[in-house]
Design a protein around this ligand. Structure first.
Ligand SMILES: [Zn+2]
Length: 196
């Protein structure tokens, strides 16, 4: 059971992990808190945006689109490895997912298949959207993969979580395929090494 860290601590934690951070507008107060609670937090969720172009991707994640208002995450990780902070608080990124998965994340155990959409994930997860088309061909540059690893590790380090608290959207919500192009097992192994 963990309360979300303050926006200031989030920023500090990312910088301490060696992440290059850009603060976008009034990200500290941009959220969906009027739609429901944020917290307790239990993990970090990784996504791909299915978009291209850093500037446009950051804009979409900050503003959202018709039917899905922003912020769509907390940090947008562009191909150059920069983490753009677009919101803080409840964000529209996780949607409804599987309560059995949430229980496994809390217990930091192996994940069961995500075959139910019965639990509000926006309440429980930090979210990072990563610039990638998600077609399985668009490359993931080293700098970007490293930033994903560091950003997730920064949150885990703050809360005392292991790499098992980091999941992909596709491990949470039936029908989702993101992130596509690397396996979450591979990413978790890297986070595990980093947290040693
Ligand atoms: Zn997603």
């Amino acid at each position: 059971m963990a309360s979300p860290m303050s926006a200031g601590r989030f920023l500090d934690a990312l910088r301490a992990e060696g992440v290059t951070v850009v603060e976008v507008g009034d990200w500290v107060h941009h959220n969906r808190n009027h739609k429901g609670p944020w917290g307790p937090v239990h993990g970090v969720m990784i996504h791909h945006t299915a978009s291209s172009g850093g500037e446009r991707t950051v804009e979409i994640c900050r503003d959202g689109y018709a039917g899905l208002p922003g912020p769509l995450c907390h940090g947008v990780i562009t191909k150059d490895g920069t983490v753009h902070l677009v919101g803080y608080g409840r964000a529209n990124h996780a949607g409804l997912g599987d309560d059995d998965v949430l229980r496994a994340v809390i217990a930091e155990k192996a994940l069961p298949p995500d075959n139910e959409a019965d639990t509000d994930g926006n309440r429980y997860f930090y979210g990072f959207e990563c610039e990638n088309l998600g077609d399985g061909e668009d490359p993931w540059p080293q700098a970007q993969l490293e930033a994903i690893e560091k950003a997730a590790a920064a949150v885990c380090r703050y809360h005392g979580w292991t790499e098992r608290s980091v999941i992909g959207h596709r491990e949470w919500q039936p029908g989702k395929v993101d992130p596509k192009g690397f396996t979450m097992a591979w990413l978790r192994e890297r986070i595990h090494e980093r947290l040693k």
